[in-house]
Design a binder for this molecule. Structure first.
Ligand code: ASP
Length: 356
């Protein structure tokens, strides 16, 4: 009898042990499946390749624009979108798409990057650019360069072929030369339109009694791109001439990782344009990604919160473009306009003013 009781007890213990093991196994299986399906969701090969761009934010009003000017901007933005999308469609990496897209805008006098960069107080062009890989977290940047034809390409070289993140001035130029990049005289970037803008500001400055004129009526014009490739990797880049009449080697947010550019596969890619000092102090690009991560906001909610609530409250004019890993796009700005657009499923969409 006692033997039977002991035997039954052992059987019972064994039964519970096996059952609980099964439950644990099942839950591990479930966890694994959940993880797998999330991973599948992010890494499927037929991803929504997407590209979003900006060509600067500022006082861009329809009443100040001629139909020809507007047409020229729309065409160039469309060309930039089609160029980058072509790279992505051919299976290219988001980093390459970002560089190709930005190079179209750097080569155009319409934007404040490459040709058409704004002038410094001394009457020359000093360019900044940065790029970040959302997959690896690697980044590269150049600041205050004057003879590198494509600053965004130089930023990529810094990322790929140096142990550093940012190089500035003559050092960055020596590095670019060593990497075989095309060098140009500083006059290559100059345009009549930007020269006249500087002359106007200098005239106002001469007539003003204040030491430092507030930046006013800026039509920023920096360019940026964020891309998502077929492997669902995000990359973001920004290129600029900075701000008209800048002095003393001033560097804005555009070449600063976390301020003007940021990319992280788990959250989003961001490129900014606007009054750089505010973007630096508020670490805008990183803040948008961080709010997605810690506040669990969507990319649109996060961009809106940072640009419309935080930046606007502090008086920081400008805008951002953002893209998450699922291909959700956010284009948020607190200025009257922002040259911008996105392409998904092969159809480019371009916008300039607010109400569209
Ligand atoms: N953010 C740039 C800077 O402050 C200017 C711009 O966006 O146009 O240098």
């Amino acid at each position: 009898m006692t033997k039977r009781i002991i035997l039954s007890a052992i059987c019972l213990i064994l039964f519970f042990a096996v059952t609980s093991c099964n439950i644990k196994e099942n839950s591990t299986e479930m966890n694994t499946k959940t993880r797998e399906s999330t991973t599948d969701d992010f890494q499927g090969t037929a991803g929504p390749i997407t590209l979003v761009i900006h060509g600067g934010a500022g006082t861009i009003l329809k009443e100040n624009m001629t139909p020809e000017m507007e047409q020229a901007y729309r065409e160039k933005l469309t060309e930039a979108l089609n160029t980058g999308y072509g790279v992505l469609k051919n299976g290219g990496a988001s980093l390459d798409a970002v560089v190709a897209t930005i190079q179209v805008m750097e080569a155009s006098p319409l934007f404040n990057a490459g040709i058409g960069a704004v002038y410094t107080h001394e009457g020359r062009n000093e360019l900044d650019a940065s790029i970040m890989d959302g997959n690896t977290g690697n980044a590269g940047a150049v600041a205050g360069v004057t003879t590198i034809k494509s600053p965004i390409r130089a930023a990529l070289e810094v990322m790929l072929h140096s142990p550093h993140v940012m190089m500035a001035g003559p050092g960055a130029e020596a590095f670019a030369r060593e990497q075989g990049l095309e060098m140009v005289p500083n006059s290559y970037f100059g345009t009549k339109r930007r020269k006249e803008a500087l002359e106007k500001v200098l005239k106002n400055e001469a007539e003003s009694t204040s030491d430092l004129l507030p930046y006013q009526d800026w039509k920023y014009g920096t360019v940026g791109a964020v891309a998502l490739d077929k492997d669902r990797n995000i990359a973001a880049g920004t290129s600029t001439g900075g701000m008209t009449n800048k002095r003393y080697g001033r560097i804005g947010d555009s070449p600063i990782i976390g301020a003007g550019t940021f990319a992280e596969n788990a959250t989003c890619g961001v490129s900014c344009t606007g009054h750089g000092e505010f973007f630096i102090r508020n670490v805008v690009a990183y803040d948008i990604a961080a709010r997605m991560k810690y506040e669990k906001l969507s990319v649109q909610e996060s961009a809106q919160k940072v640009v419309q609530d935080k930046l606007a409250r502090l008086g920081g004019d400008g805008g951002v473009i953002c893209l998450d890993r699922k291909g959700n796009v956010a284009m948020e700005f607190n200025t009257p306009g922002m040259y911008r657009g996105y392409i998904k499923d092969g159809e480019p969409h371009v916008f300039i003013y607010k109400e569209q």
